[in-house]
Ligand binder design. Sequence first.
Ligand code: HEM
Length: 135
Amino acid sequence: MPGHPALIDSLGLLSERAGDVTGAIYTRLFEAYPDLENLFLMDTDGGVRGSMLSQAFECLMDLAEGPGTMAETVIRSERVNHDTYDVPAGMFEVFFEIIRDVTKNAAGDDWSPEMDAAWTSILRDAARLSRPMTT
Ligand code: HEM
């Protein structure tokens, strides 16, 4: 799998310009899928939301750096775990897309065609890993 340095660059812009985006990500998620907010009622200090998001970022970075072995293991096993939390199929894809949208927003005019292409490719990989394996 080729590397995708433009995705890493975009995440650099995100952290420089937006700082902690945990609030922005979950606000978008719960606006789009209000029912999901109830799943986090036990997460009173936001710790689960924070570590979930940082795992998602690490997976995206790992896929961008290649070969993405860590991301493959984490996404596949978390997808199985999340079935037991009643997280519907398709939601991992939504979560990764929201991260892309927040990153694009933070990059503003510096969002490049290379970044767009890198995200399209990595989101496709993440979506594939988020679905049950077919034989
Ligand atoms: C919209 C998509 C997602 C939803 C609604 C969701 C929901 C949840 C919920 C409700 C928990 C808490 C479970 C519990 O302890 O009872 C959780 C934990 C966790 N999720 Fe997700 N998840 C999503 C996507 C992801 C993705 C994409 C990843 C990683 C690639 C991930 C990684 C984790 C991890 C590592 C934990 C454990 C965090 C901790 O306890 O410190 N989740 N998730």
